[in-house]
Design a protein around this ligand. Structure first.
Ligand code: NAD
Ligand code: MG
Length: 389
């Protein structure tokens, strides 16, 4: 029996995780569930999965959840705040942590799980983008088992030989081929980019996801963050990571070997597949996802990414080269820009400009401690906000 903490249980990944968990009551029990706001959904999840602890974002939300827990006669303890998130992520009462909070807000809780040596299912890519080496050092020193949930990285993990998941080139890996759908604006007339609405940007052609990652997919910043994520997870240099546009999202990524072999992982675009893979690893369990019907799909297309259409992708490669705090600055500016776009304060094309201007203004310091990284994150946010006015 594995005992789980699900950080971000009320989000898209959290809900998919609970869907898989519900199929295997003999294997998994839930120790803790967390959600920032959607108290009603969290209460429903508590009634179904009976966690020992539930964590919300504020005292007010905690009081609301507490009332619902009492109404339903449940024994779940209700806590709130970042410290509580870190406690449930590192508690001796859980073996496995699904890190599915969105953005930098997930950094400390995800890191707490890494330090505590958990089996760590990482969806919260921003945590790794921000803290890179610190994160991987925490995993290495605690003996945590880090399993990628991002579909591309989970695919790469599956295409690497067991035991060689940190891939120095001497293991015969030539390249990592990171596939990208290209999002909803792959073929849209560039001249009309300024009239893109938030609703159009969050309508991804293949995947149903939270709003922030959906906008990231539309700008292709998501792929940029994933390039940095792949660098840390697999020890690959920027030159060893190639982005390939594949609009159908059937191949989730590939690994090219020195002998000319290219291994790919295929499947329907449904996050329950990588979630089930990581939950059961190294075994395999039912995820509720149908097998792919290749005859119906008919054909798979590939093309090169257009860095002029998607400047965010170039910015991500640039900060990977710069190193230090630059990826944290990029991430912070992106979070501010995406929120401003969703709030109708800036146009779609302004997202990339705002990030570039923030990177230009915030000097990239070297990373030594988590506190210095988070300080840089705050400086970048303040700078990006100032540029909004
Ligand atoms: P979402 O917006 O649907 O859910 C986010 C979750 O985080 C919610 O439970 C929310 O309550 C919680 N949260 C938000 N702000 C918080 C805060 N300040 N403190 C604590 N909790 C907070 O997002 P999602 O689509 O599920 O994505 C979650 C993470 O997984 C992101 O990092 C995303 O990049 C990654 N990811 C998602 C998908 C996908 O298909 N949705 C695929 C790959 C990777
Ligand atoms: Mg992905």
């Amino acid at each position: 029996m594995q005992s789980l903490t699900i950080l971000g249980a009320t989000g898209s990944i959290g809900v998919s995780t609970l869907d898989v968990v519900a199929r295997h009551p003999d294997r998994y029990r839930v120790f803790a569930l967390t959600g920032q706001t959607r108290v009603d959904l969290l209460a429903t999840q508590c009634a179904q999965f009976h966690p020992e602890v539930a964590v919300v974002g504020s005292a007010e939300a905690a009081a609301q959840l507490q009332a619902l827990i009492k109404r339903d006669g449940l024994g779940t303890e209700v806590l709130f705040g970042e410290q509580a998130l870190c406690e449930v992520a590192s508690s001796a009462s859980c073996d496995t942590v699904m890190a599915a909070i969105v953005g930098a807000a997930g950094l400390r809780p995800s890191l707490a799980a890494a330090h505590a040596g958990k089996k760590l299912l990482l969806a919260n890519k921003e945590a790794l983008v921000i803290s890179g080496q610190l994160f991987m050092d925490a995993v290495a020193s605690s003996g945590a088992v880090l399993l990628p949930i991002d579909s591309e990285h989970n695919a790469i993990f599956q295409c690497l030989p067991i035991g060689y998941q940190r891939v120095p080139p001497q293991h015969g890996i030539r390249k990592i081929l990171l596939t990208a759908s290209g999002g909803p604006f792959l073929d849209r007339d560039l001249a009309s980019f300024d009239s893109i609405t938030p609703e159009q940007a969050v309508a991804h052609p293949n995947w149903s996801m939270g709003r922030k990652i959906s906008v990231d997919s539309a700008t292709m910043m998501n792929k940029g963050l994933e390039v940095i994520e792949a660098h840390w997870l697999f020890g690959a240099s920027a030159a060893q990571i190639e982005v390939v546009i594949h609009p159908q999202s059937v191949i989730h990524s590939m690994v090219a070997y020195a002998d000319g072999s290219v291994l790919a992982q295929l499947g329907n675009p449904d996050m329950r597949t990588p979630i089930a893979h990581a939950l059961a690893y190294p075994e395999r369990i039912d995820s509720g996802v149908d097998a792919i019907d290749l005859a119906r799909i008919g054909q798979l297309d590939f093309r090169k990414p257009d860095f002029l259409r998607f400047p965010c992708l170039q910015l991500a490669f640039d900060v990977l080269q710069s190193g230090g705090c630059a990826p944290a600055v990029l991430n912070a500016a992106n979070e501010i820009a995406v929120q401003a776009f969703l709030d109708g304060r800036i146009g779609f094309s302004r997202i990339a400009q705002l990030i570039a201007e923030t990177l230009h203004r915030v000097p990239s310091a070297a990373v030594d401690t988590l506190d210095s990284l988070l300080a840089q994150d705050q400086v970048a946010r303040a700078q990006a906000l100032a540029l909004l006015h």
